[in-house]
Write a protein that binds this ligand. Sequence first.
Ligand SMILES: Cc1ncc(COP(=O)(O)O)c(C=O)c1O
Length: 367
Amino acid sequence: MIKFLSLKDQYNSIRVEIEEAIRNVINDCAFSGGKYVEKFEHEFSSYLSENGEYVCCSSGTSALHLTLIAIGIGKDDEVIMPSHTFFATVEAIAYTGAKPVLIDCCEDYLIDTSMIESKINPKTKAIIPVHLYGQPANMDEIMHIAERRNLIVIEDSCQAHGAIYRGKKAGTIGHAGCFSFYPGKNLGAYGEGGGIFTKDPDIARKIRMLRSHGEKARYQHQFIGYNERMDGIQGAVLSVKLRYLDEWNKKRNEIADLYRKYLCNDRIKLPEKHDDRTHVYHLFVIQIDGRNELMNTLKRNDIDCAIHYPKAIHQHEAMKHYDFFMKDNDYPVSSRLVDRILSLPIYAEMKISDVEQVSEQILKAIQ
Ligand SMILES: Cc1ncc(COP(=O)(O)O)c(C=O)c1O
């Protein structure tokens, strides 16, 4: 069986450090927030950038949601985002009462920046580009548009831990960058987790309060907030795993290079890669005709693969109240590619022989 991802292999490779880190949290009873979370906040902030700060919270979804509230997004506002992403991006906007405004993606799976300006109106307050699959979006163009039109940019970096765009880490270029530490992410916790990087002390201060019941100090509630703190165990686990992030991303790149070599074939569209940025291959996504048949054949041969994602945002039932619901013609690229994309197994511990076997089976199946 070739797994899509093996968290067990990763755990085995760092077992001693992880178990010690978890034991320390339990010994100190630092379960909710606390010193292990603070330590990780400092470490991840320094990893991302020389200046700025990092605020941990309970998930990537809450990171996006709290950031939108902190910058004042609410009813009557509009927020621009790509039509091809994980559903949480649109949920975070919907929670605030603001209207999500979708932009189609390009063949590289990233938001089509040439279409952003046409969707801006006086209600538009923010843009959320998504660094989908681990490759940063065209941040220079997005930041130019945002500066010209006075908009806030929140990077959805939930899939791009450690990716670099023109010398800057993904998540540090906009006004805020939101991360998920869901277990399967390139930097994943042992449960749920997320957080926000920002160079704006006001945004950071508000998010710190929002994640803990709007508290300014213990039991001094300045506004209605949430319980969205990170667990101590997650902070401690993430501190251990952060030490390995670059090495693991490098291994993912090596696996991606092998796939590119083996799967060089007219019938397979390999993921597009830009020279001005690094890709951390949270996912290695190919496009192919007859995707479903191929997926079934691979599964029959004990090769696990997945689809990220089988529907574009405008195609989900949950979106039926919005004016973009089911308008495939408005989002032709994302509407087409959701029927063609296939995510192949990729993780740092994956064996070269497994990459070879996956590639071999794909080539055999499409002959
Ligand atoms: C692009 C994107 N945005 C947001 C999220 C939400 O993160 P979480 O699952 O930690 O809430 C994810 C997680 O899968 C994601 O991939």
